[in-house]
Design a protein around this ligand. Structure first.
Ligand code: TK8
Length: 354
């Protein structure tokens, strides 16, 4: 645990040093400007970026990279302050703060965004993406961009998709290998109809809850389990309150990097470009680190004493079987034609990458 966290910290320093090598052009000296009167001080801007995860997570590293890039490229005209571990509120509260203009950046999973635009629920359909590469190609293509653009009507600017990752199940009661093993377990889910339905179908007892309340709820036995990517399970120290992880990979969750439209509209064009570039620079690094350390984090969970269960193909198919009805059940809610187009696009990308 300490080893991996130290690695992540060193990685952050390395990434920031590398990113900083394109040094800011020196300001002209007094002589060079012939002593011209100091120009009117330029307007400066403050970005308050809040997330629910802690400062060990690749998502926070992504914000650190953005901060370094934006403050350097804007010559200090933008300052970025970072807040982690739900210091500014939970995902839905921080999205509302962006809509009101009292916060500038947040980066929730796509699931709670379905309360703003239902089409985002498509990402919660179980076993939708066959790989992270197909997921990234879909998200970074026309379909992903259209969903980001659709948020502007709701006071949010979608800057980019970062990676939360494939979600896996943890619990404190028993090893889970089959849907029957889930029967009766109280499972925390994100605040999203499909996740609730998915775990009801599996025979569990699902409870929607903001991420910031989850650790205490597990500690106090309010819930028996939850589901999140390995990076979150490991870096949020869930092994202190959970004994079993089952690598179900039942949903691939993107993070959606959001900016307040109120703030975005105030930015001059050159600073808009810098913010957008920073989102993409951080995206690549954040995804890379999230994937590169996944296996090491699984081993880290075992070192922390967790039983980590890898399912056989048959066992995985039992979970897929139970949830196959979820797509038909929610197609109407999301938009049947839209879901069909999404499934076709994912199939096309999958064939392309084979
Ligand atoms: C953190 C959440 C988290 C998500 C969840 O703010 O709620 O379980 O996976 O990453 O967005």
């Amino acid at each position: 645990m300490k080893h991996l966290k130290k690695t992540m910290a060193l990685l952050l320093v390395a990434v920031l040093l590398l990113a900083g090598c394109g040094s800011t052009p020196a300001q002209p000296s007094e002589q060079e400007t012939g002593g011209a009167a100091a120009a009117e001080p330029e307007k400066t801007y403050l970005i308050r970026a809040g997330i629910g995860l802690n400062d060990q997570h690749p998502q926070y590293l992504g914000l650190e990279i953005m901060k370094e890039y934006i403050e350097r490229e804007s010559n200090g005209r933008i300052e970025m302050q970072l807040f982690h571990s739900s210091q500014l509120g939970d995902d839905i509260q921080m999205m509302e703060a962006l809509q009101m203009g009292s916060q500038e950046i947040t980066c929730p999973s796509s699931a709670p965004i379905s309360s703003i635009d239902k089409r985002n629920m498509v990402f919660d359909l179980p076993f939708l993406f066959p790989s992270e590469e197909v997921a990234s190609a879909f998200l970074d293509g026309a379909f992903g961009q259209e969903l980001l653009d659709g948020l502007e009507d709701h006071g949010l600017v979608g800057l980019a998709y970062w990676e939360n990752g494939y979600r896996h199940l943890t619990n404190s009661v028993r090893e889970v290998r089959t849907p029957e093993d889930l029967r009766g377990l109280k499972i925390r889910t994100m605040e999203n109809q499909i996740h609730l339905d998915f775990f009801r179908e599996l025979g569990a007892n699902p409870t929607p809850m903001p991420f910031g309340e989850l650790f205490t709820a597990m500690q106090q036995g309010v819930v028996d389990g939850q589901e999140n990517p390995v990076s979150t399970i490991y870096l949020q120290s869930f092994s202190e309150v959970q004994d079993y992880t089952t690598l179900t990979g039942h949903v691939y969750s993107p993070f959606v990097l959001l900016m307040s439209k109120v703030f975005w509209d105030e930015l001059p064009e050159d600073l808009k470009e810098i913010v957008q570039e920073a989102a993409y620079v951080a995206q690549e690094e954040q995804r890379r680190i999230s994937r590169e350390y996944a296996d090491e984090m699984v081993e880290g969970l075992r070192e922390q004493g967790m039983t980590v269960t890898e399912l056989t193909l048959e066992e995985l198919q039992a979970f897929q079987q139970v949830t196959s009805s979820t797509i038909d059940k929610f197609k109407g809610d999301i938009g049947a034609d839209y879901v069909d187009q999404v499934l076709e696009e994912i199939q096309r990308l999958t064939n392309e990458m084979m």
